[in-house]
Design a protein around this ligand. Sequence first.
Ligand SMILES: [Zn+2]
Length: 337
Amino acid sequence: MSEHFPALPYPWQHTEWQRLNRQYAENQLPHALMFAGPPGIGKVHLATALAQRLLCQSPVQGSPCGQCHACDLLRAGTHPDWIRIQPEEPGKAIRIDVVRELTQSLSTTAQQGGYKVVLLEPAESMNANSANALLKTLEEPSDRTLLILVSHTPSAVLPTIRSRCQIVGFSLPPGSQVLPWLEALVAGGGVEARRLLALTRGAPLSALALLEGDALEQRQQREQRFIQLCEGQLTAVQLADQWQKADVGAVLEWLLVWLYDLARWQAGAEVEGLDALPDNVRALLNKIPPALLHRYLEKLMAVKSQWLSGANPNKQLLLEELLLDWGVVIRQAKRAA
Ligand SMILES: [Zn+2]
């Protein structure tokens, strides 16, 4: 897990950051916050910044001093009052025993005599049992404890949990705030910041992550395979077999974004990747009845939240069913052609 020290808010987070700092200064910080918004925009980073701010013994103008004992521990990633809860693997559930252990440790006072800050992410990875185990802590919080729940899909978090948190909503930041930041980071890399941002629909950290390893290439391959499925050169079973070996959550997210773009493109919007496809493929995609496409998107979203909830179904079957259903959509388009 990457731990920045000091974590300073990104340029597009200043409004939220100032609000949180004001709340803290006025002693108005609640016991539980939920940072809610799309993935890839830095919610965890801002939560980390807030934790460091609260745990530092002598912050300087709202930033950790970097000199005190707490800062030393934060830098080393060993501060005992900075607790991070995540699933063991992406896509798995946050287990109930982990939450119970957390509840237990929160009932004792902070080891360094100040705040205890918990980051739980993603909140939608708690199943009903884990969520219920956390409820008591949310209802009867101990003093000087801050829980920060981060959610990329707040609608997938139990309402009983949501209603006990103060929600801090984040939306995709405007390009004007992101591009100068991203351009500086990708300069000389041969890929345009604007293109990366378009591929990730404006999520700056996801855009940056595309430069790591072969992420861009993988993405292109994913699209090629999906087009092959549309054209009947690959069967649903074959593609499901390839995709189940990858990060299924990432595949589902990619497909969702791709199909959203398709819906926008059908409605007349310009979408770079789709405009560049061969004529016959574009003609086929254009024939997909919009109502059918929207129904499919709804199903895909349901499957994605099922996946995120850690229900952990059989990957091959889950993907096969999705892709077979897509085959039905494509057959309708061919019939309409
Ligand atoms: Zn400090």
